[in-house]
Design a protein around this ligand. Structure first.
Ligand SMILES: [Zn+2]
Length: 156
């Protein structure tokens, strides 16, 4: 069974309803497979250019800075800062229905790339909703067929 990744690039979203079958049919680009395989092993991986050391914000076939196709993978320490947060009140997939409402966070990782994560539902404290600037730790998690990241509050 093909694995779906929870956090697709924005270009995969549209205003039209998308069936669960259609969501699962979205294929993972070849250049992003090490990232997805890392999540399965509990690792958060990111690409870095072997020529100019530029960290790539999304998986690429070529470096955005110098154009080299020599992109290697490194393991992140998993720490970052919340850059944006939004509350989800309508799940895009039944796997997330029980969590509603939940927060999606855009996290700038310590190494310089960004990822999206779901605020850890077990750590949510109504008096301490995560905000922009909060220091978080990300951890890989599986929801049925989906693999994604959850965010925990971390010490600065
Ligand atoms: Zn480069």
């Amino acid at each position: 069974m093909p694995m779906a990744v929870c956090f697709q690039p924005m270009s995969h979203y549209s205003s039209k309803p998308v069936s669960l079958g259609a969501m699962k049919a979205i294929s993972i680009p070849r250049c992003a497979k090490p990232f997805v395989e890392g999540l399965n092993d509990g690792l958060i991986r990111y690409q870095m250019c072997s020529r100019c050391s530029t960290v790539q914000n999304l998986a690429r076939y070529r470096c955005l800075a110098c154009g080299a196709n020599e992109l290697g993978w490194k393991d992140s320490v998993g720490l970052g800062i919340v850059e944006a947060a939004t509350e989800i009140r309508r799940a895009s997939d039944p796997a997330f229905q029980a969590m509603i409402p939940y927060a999606i966070l855009l996290v700038r990782m310590q190494e310089g790339f960004s990822l999206m994560a779901i605020e850890d539902s077990e750590a949510i404290n109504p008096k301490q909703v995560m905000q922009i600037g909060d220091c978080v730790r990300l951890r890989a998690r599986r929801w049925g067929d989906h693999m994604g990241l959850v965010a925990f509050r971390a010490s600065p």
